[in-house]
Design a protein around this ligand. Structure first.
Ligand SMILES: [Ca+2]
Ligand SMILES: [Ca+2]
Length: 629
């Protein structure tokens, strides 16, 4: 129950005549719009997803330009007061650090002191070079007039570049730069997969089959729409959990029977066998017939679901103001933070660095300047012994939503200033991972200090082995948060639908359910998931949509709650998140919005921001007593 309703109910008991007037509309929360929920038809859903993808590309274009403008301003003013040699070294560093910055040229018309206008990476004499020359001339003219300049994207039919220029503070000097627009293609590819606009995955090292998760009959995935009826698994693999750990003799016999070239992967009593000549059905029959296993199941594939500086708690009246960070993309693009009361919540707590949020995903760009000092070394399940670097973009985006540096005059602001992200790479370069890799990632995170785990991934099959890993983390008092999926379906996705997991669906800027977002009775809460601005590999920023983007908001909130009150158990944290929401749709919990949209300020207050909240007082006292024993 939200605190507002709770308050209203209390009030109703004492001042019944006033309650009728006060209950439905709290002055503080006028935004609760009742949406008549409905699910879009498949064709309409595809069209809506297409529109969302185009909107993400356009928002990313505008993020990239804003980011470029800011960097050019800094460059221009830095280069003004440097020698030629320093300038060259600085330009080289900027080019190395920003792969999308293709060339940067210092222009000093006054002293006739500038490099010759010409940009690497575009072949001279081509029509592209002629367009570049035209835009460069316009840029020079703008600098002479002390104006900023931005060209349109070119070539017009398939945009690859744009030219931008920024004047230095005085004199007719400044920088002209050529930027690559590859990020738009990356976002397009990314969102085609994540919003399942294409059958996915179609790539990968193994052969895959799909089957209907209820009938277990094989099905063919022809369009993105078919994905909601399919779960993917490796054809030549099987997950077997034994009652007793097999002896080395047993194992040798199994490998001989199945002609397994490689030893199986193992976690506890569970093994994953790979046999080139056998399919899943044959493998299953063999183990059931000969080894009386506890259970066998296909080796499923999980896909991404995109579409310390603590402040002393302040007085109640200061909570009405919000903390506005100076990150350059914040005010214009990060609608997602104020709408869930993050900025007001920061007045209570900004996150503690020892409350770690693990992101089991495609890894993270550990060298991104806006993630500097905000991510731990982490772990790579896919290639143990190497850094969990992100080769997809998904994990970097999810990580930035949680922990991008706040108030550093750069890029975006994360949800927390203090909590660190533990990146665990369990999804490979295709953006997918198996039961084994995801489970191993979860177990590794649980064993390495995570207090919260974010899983922006899913599959429609219920895998016992994954469930065991989830239970392992849950029993270690970890809050597990997962995205529900982007197929606009009521079919439960896993791990989101496990009872130990807080499941998150997506809303848009108007507090409506995002058109792609899954729904159903298992949904816990909603968080923003459309055109969310965050970090992207190679020092870039992108706007992406998906329940994958909604989930990390809730994981970050769990991190903040555990920073406010480290003595809370995972179940208490989950309860606080569910009960301190903005109710959406029909009153109370409903299948389209779960309990409602998360509210950071209300949750942090309920967690004891500044005082011991009354409703948690019994637990608090019990823990105090336990600690004295
Ligand atoms: Ca930042
Ligand atoms: Ca509701």
């Amino acid at each position: 129950m939200s605190r507002h309703i709770w308050f209203a109910v209390l009030l109703a008991g004492t001042v019944a005549c006033l309650a009728i007037i006060m209950m439905p509309f709290s002055k503080e929360k006028p935004r609760t719009a009742v949406q008549q929920p409905s699910a879009a038809a498949p064709a309409q859903e595809q069209q809506l997803k297409q529109e969302i993808m185009l909107r993400d590309m356009s928002a990313t274009d505008s993020l990239a330009r804003k980011d470029a403008q800011q960097h050019l301003k800094t460059m221009s003013n830095t280069m003004k007061s440097t020698t030629l040699r320093q300038r060259d070294a600085y330009t080289k560093k900027m080019l190395d650090d920003h792969q999308h910055l293709l060339s940067a040229i210092w222009i000093d018309d006054h002293n006739d002191n500038h490099s010759k206008l010409g940009f690497r990476s575009i072949k001279p004499g081509t029509s592209l070079a002629r367009q570049l020359e035209t835009y460069s001339q316009s840029a020079r003219k703008a600098l002479q007039e002390q104006r900023s300049y931005e060209s349109p994207a070119f070539p017009a039919d398939h945009p690859e570049y744009f030219v931008a220029a920024e004047p230095a503070k005085q004199g007719d000097q400044g920088v002209i730069a050529l930027y690559s627009m590859d990020i738009l293609k990356e976002v397009q590819n990314h969102q085609r997969k994540n919003l399942r606009l294409t059958p996915y995955p179609k790539e990968g090292r193994y052969k895959m089959e799909s089957f209907h998760p209820e009938t277990l009959k094989d099905t063919t995935v022809k369009t993105g729409q078919d994905n909601e009826n399919a779960s993917h698994y490796y054809e030549n693999e099987i997950v077997v959990t034994f009652h007793r750990d097999p002896t080395s003799k047993d194992m040798a016999l199994i490998r001989k029977d199945l002609s397994c070239k490689l030893p199986p992967h193992q976690i506890g009593n569970t093994y994953i066998f790979h046999a080139d000549g056998k399919n899943m059905t044959q493998l299953k029959a063999y183990f059931l017939d000969k080894w009386n296993p506890k259970y066998v199941e296909p080796h499923y594939l999980y896909l991404t679901n995109d579409l310390s500086p603590n402040e002393t708690p302040t007085e109640q009246d200061t909570l009405d103001t919000s903390e506005v960070p100076n990150d350059i993309l914040f005010s214009e693009y990060q609608w997602n933070l104020p709408i869930i009361e993050t900025t007001r919540g920061w007045k209570l707590n900004k996150g503690a660095s020892d409350v770690i949020v693990a992101v089991v995903d495609t890894g993270a760009d550990l060298d991104h300047p806006d993630l500097k000092g905000r991510v731990l070394p982490g772990y790579n399940v896919i290639a143990p012994g190497t850094r969990p670097m992100d080769d997809v973009g998904h994990g970097t985006h999810v990580t930035g939503i949680i922990s991008a540096q706040v108030n550093n005059n750069e890029g975006v602001a994360g949800m927390t200033w203090g909590n660190k992200v533990l990146p665990v790479k369990a999804l490979d370069k295709s953006g997918s991972g198996t039961t084994y890799s995801v489970s191993q990632g979860i177990i590794w995170a649980a064993d390495h200090g995570a207090k919260v785990i974010n899983l922006s991934l899913g599959n429609y099959a219920d895998a016992q082995f994954l469930h065991e890993a989830i239970k392992y983390a849950y029993n270690k008092d970890i809050v597990i948060v997962a995205a529900t999926g982007n197929d606009n379906t009521e079919r439960p996705g896993y791990p989101a639908a496990y009872p130990e997991v807080l499941s998150v669906s997506a809303t848009d800027v108007n507090l409506k359910r995002a058109s792609f977002s899954n729904y159903g009775s298992y949904i816990d809460v909603m968080a923003p998931g459309e055109s969310i601005a965050s970090t992207y590999p190679n020092n870039q920023y992108a706007a992406l949509s998906g329940t994958s983007m909604a989930s990390p908001h809730v994981a970050a909130l769990a991190g903040l709650i555990r920073s406010v009150n480290p003595s809370l158990h995972n179940t208490e944290v989950m309860d606080i998140i569910r009960k301190n929401v903005i109710d959406l749709g029909n009153p109370g919990r409903d299948k389209y919005f779960g309990y409602g949209q998360i509210d950071v300020l209300a949750s942090l207050k309920a967690a004891g921001g500044g005082s011991n909240p009354l409703q948690l007082f019994p637990q608090y006292m019990q823990k105090k007593l336990d600690s004295l024993k």
